[in-house]
Structure formats: structure tokens, C-alpha cells
Design a protein around this ligand. Structure first.
Ligand code: UDP
Length: 388
């Protein structure tokens, strides 16, 4: 086998490993991907009619407070000064998200300052004040009180997860801050922006090294393929970033995932909603949000009379669907532990990325954990000073 390392999956995790092994250690790396393009779910493409960059698998916003990751990603792309802001349309009115003083005052038709708003929310969360909520429903009510929770969170979450919020872990909502200021930035991180010439150019630059070969349309589980599981495991070190349950042939059962469906449309107007993301938190609308891609790049020259929108729908993944969000039920967590044990026993194979670890990793987390895996596990092994 004419390769020193096989990377299964060409998303951010896999490409970071491949780039480091090739550039830092001078190794020959083969990256395979089942799909006809690289980049996993971060892949983007220009919509053919308008040339507007569309994130095919849903909007990807890069943000990080990790200096090491920020320095690393800047080797491959520059970033625009885009700052993500989200609005939400409830009962025919548009409010800023995440919930902040602007949302609170608009919702209650009030002009509270931070202290008065805090008092109001405390009063409304009264039933659960001082408790340590274990599920999303209770956590939501405790954070913002019942009326705001029911308006902006309850149905949105039900649409996104199709699971009673009382059965979802409280952490899901911890991703969303509540602010007693008018700051409506979606992310709190030190660094934020979008790749100046798009995600695909960035991903291609990571793979652009004479020692890296990317083989698309190559399924690890397709036995007729030279870099299949049975042809490679035991012959060459493997970093596997596909679904961990698939690797072990679902021996411990299937891990459950949410998948997304997207409905893309070109509209004959230069601006449909005036912003990049509008959430739809009400129960009577079937989608969760609408993305309008031109607003991610106001610095670009896009057509003045056409725009591209994408409605996002969420549902349980079935066989053959793309996995997006780990559902993480109690049964899933038990299975995951069993798969982790099996992974440890698998010689010369490391598991990483969102699918390989069954963790909802943002892009910067996938890159950060790949850098750590490279340094702590792979580099010592490939230099011959440790085993995998
Ligand atoms: N959420 C909500 N209403 C919103 C936005 C988010 O209830 O308008 C909740 C929902 O439960 C969601 C979670 O917050 O699953 C995390 O949202 P985020 O926007 O971080 O999700 P992502 O963009 O990663 O899908």
C-alpha cells in the first residue's frame, strides 16, 4: 500500500490530520471520502444561476476563542469581518435573537433597564428559581421564564428535535446565551468571520500538498475499493471520521441522529428578508429557519435582482440520510460507551470528528481536537515512539 496514513473522511477533522501529517512529518497521506466532493458538511458551492455561495449542508459560521485554532485556520484563508446576527419571527413580529434586552422589551412592550428586566424574568421563572434543571424544558423556563420560553424556544426546539423538551438534555439550550444588554451578536467568541473566497477554497487549500492524495467517491466499506476497511486496517494507520457505529457494523445498535432537509429557491428579488438567518419559532410553520446566503457576504458583487434562500427542516435520520445532530438519548449514551470500548481495542485506528465521536462539534472544535490528536497520539506513533 503506497501510503503512510489513511484518513477516512475529508471534513475539517480529517483534513487537519492529513495536512499536519503531510506538512509536519512529510508523510504520504491518502484521504478518502464517500461523497463526490471534499469538506464534509462544510462544503459550499456557487448556485449556478446567481453565483451566490450556498452552504449546501446548512449555514456554517466560523467562530473561535482558541488562539491556536485561529492561527492555524489563518494559514489557509483570510476571514471577512462578518458578524452573525439572527432574528426570529413570532406571531407576525420580528425579534432579535439570542434573547436580549431588545427581545424582552419588545415582547413585553416595556422599556426596562437590565436590573428591572432581571427582576421580571426572575419573577417569571419563579416556579423553578434556585433549582438545577436537568432537562431543556426546565432549563429554558429557569433561564427566561415561561412566556419567553413558550414564544421562542418551546416550538422551535420541538420542531428541531421532535422530542418533548422535557426529554432533552439541558445542555442543548446552553448553546444559546441570554443577555441583559442590547448586544445581539449570536456568538461570544473572540474571533469570527467567513472565509473570504468561500469554504471550498479553504478546504481545498488544506488538502493542497504534494503528499496528500484525495480520492472522492470512495466508500471505506466498499470492498472493491483499494482503500476499503478490509484492505487497510492492520496494514496502515487509519484515522476514521465516519459514524462510529457504522465502523463496527452496528454491533451495539444504531446511534440516533437528526438530519436536515433543505429546500433551495432562487427568487426574483435582490433581497428577500434583509438578513442572513430568520428563525421561525411558531408551531404552525413547518420549517425552523430560512437562510438567505447573499447576506453572508455583503462585500461581494451579487446580482441586484435575484437572491437564493434555503428553508431548513429537521427530522429523525433514517438509514441513508445524512447525520447532522447526535440525539444523545440515554440509550445512545450507553451504546456510545460500548463503542468507545471497542474503539480502544481497535489497533492502529483512531476515531475523530463529529461522526467518529458522536459529539456536536462546531468547526473550530473539530479542528482543535484534530490538532490535539495529531500532537498527542499520531505524531508520537508516526515517529515510532508510541503505539496507537
Ligand atoms: N433554539 C431555540 N430557538 C431559536 C434558536 C435556538 O429554541 O430561535 C434552541 C434549540 O433548542 C436549538 C438550540 O437552541 O436546538 C441551539 O441552537 P443553535 O442555533 O446553536 O443551533 P444550530 O445553529 O447549531 O443548529
Amino acid at each position: 500500500m503506497n501510503t503512510d496514513l489513511l484518513v477516512v473522511g475529508s471534513g475539517f477533522f480529517g483534513l487537519t490530520i492529513a495536512e499536519r501529517a503531510a506538512r509536519e512529518l512529510g508523510l504520504k497521506v491518502t484521504v478518502i471520502d464517500r461523497r463526490p466532493h471534499l469538506g464534509g458538511n462544510a462544503y459550499s458551492e456557487d448556485e449556478p444561476e446567481t453565483r451566490i455561495e450556498v452552504h449546501r449542508y446548512g449555514a456554517h459560521l466560523f467562530h473561535t476563542s482558541n488562539e491556536r485554532v485561529w492561527e492555524y485556520v489563518n494559514r489557509f484563508t483570510r476571514f471577512t469581518d462578518y458578524v452573525h446576527r439572527v432574528y426570529t419571527r413570532h406571531n407576525g413580529e420580528v425579534y432579535p435573537m439570542p434573547i436580549n434586552l431588545g427581545t424582552i422589551n419588545q415582547f413585553f412592550r416595556s422599556a426596562h433597564g437590565p436590573d428591572a428586566a432581571r427582576d421580571l424574568i426572575r419573577e417569571q421563572a419563579g416556579e423553578l428559581a434556585g433549582t438545577d434543571p436537568q432537562n431543556l424544558n426546565d432549563k429554558g423556563i429557569q433561564l427566561i421564564g415561561r412566556p419567553l420560553y413558550e414564544a421562542f424556544i418551546k416550538h422551535y426546539t420541538a420542531k428541531q428535535w421532535q422530542t418533548d423538551p422535557s426529554d432533552l438534555p439541558a445542555e442543548v439550550i446552553s448553546r444559546l446565551p441570554v443577555r441583559y444588554t442590547y448586544d445581539n451578536r449570536y456568538f461570544n467568541d473572540t474571533h469570527e468571520g467567513l472565509p473570504v473566497d468561500g469554504y471550498t477554497a479553504w478546504l481545498e487549500r488544506m488538502a493542497d500538498h504534494p503528499n496528500i492524495e484525495v480520492r472522492l467517491d470512495s466508500d471505506f466499506f466498499d470492498e472493491s475499493q483499494p482503500y476499503s476497511k478490509s484492505n487497510t486496517v492492520g496494514q496502515v494507520p487509519v484515522v476514521y471520521t465516519g459514524p462510529v457505529d457504522r465502523y463496527f457494523d452496528f454491533s451495539e445498535g444504531h446511534l440516533s441522529w437528526r438530519t436536515l432537509d433543505f429546500e433551495r429557491e432562487v427568487l426574483p428579488t435582490g433581497d428577500f428578508q434583509g438578513t442572513s438567518v430568520m428563525n421561525y419559532p411558531d408551531a404552525d410553520v413547518p420549517f425552523t429557519r430560512i437562510h438567505e446566503f447573499r447576506h453572508f457576504h455583503p462585500e461581494r458583487q451579487y446580482p441586484a435582482d435575484r437572491t437564493v434562500i434555503m428553508r431548513e427542516y429537521s427530522r429523525f435520520a433514517e438509514t441513508g440520510d445524512e447525520p447532522y445532530y447526535p440525539v444523545n438519548t440515554a440509550a445512545d449514551r450507553e451504546r456510545l460507551l460500548a463503542y468507545r470500548e471497542e474503539s480502544k481495542r481497535e489497533k492502529n485506528v483512531l476515531f475523530g470528528g463529529r461522526l467518529g465521536t458522536y459529539k456536536y462539534l462546531d468547526m473550530h472544535m473539530a479542528i482543535g481536537s484534530a490538532l490535539s490528536m495529531f500532537e498527542n497520539r499520531l505524531q508520537p506513533f508516526l515517529r515510532g515512539t508510541a503505539s496507537l
